[in-house]
Ligand binder design. Sequence first.
Ligand SMILES: [Zn+2]
Ligand SMILES: [Zn+2]
Length: 146
Amino acid sequence: MPPLPVRTLHGRTRDCPRCRQPIRYYVLKNWVAPTPFFYCDTCNNILLRASDARRVPAGSTIDVKDDEQLLELWETIVASAPLCPCGGRFAVWANVKCPACRQEFPYNQGVLSAALRVNERNVIVIDGAAVLGDTDEQSWVARIEL
Ligand SMILES: [Zn+2]
Ligand SMILES: [Zn+2]
């Protein structure tokens, strides 16, 4: 994989609750939610592809039945997604991790809600993570500055 372009973003920092190392991150707003995106189960890379967004039926609404159907679509998408360049897998319930101690932060305090997950508007981009689109040209690595 060729080196991806670096995108410098002005983000924030929060101390890891376990190791206390400051973690730099940026909140990428996913305003066109429901849009599928997935964190790697091993690193902080994110799969965010326009081709996946086009698979969401137009007019999907915030209603429980739709959310369950969308979650099935999310599962279908990740099942055939490529492996992360690190060798990990993108997963519906994978979440961001501390880059220092690798502690994974629980999604929604550990409560797995289809409604929250498919309508999630905040994509957390950790410093150094790659945001992977359909092609290398649509992919980038985040450098977070404060
Ligand atoms: Zn940590
Ligand atoms: Zn990975």
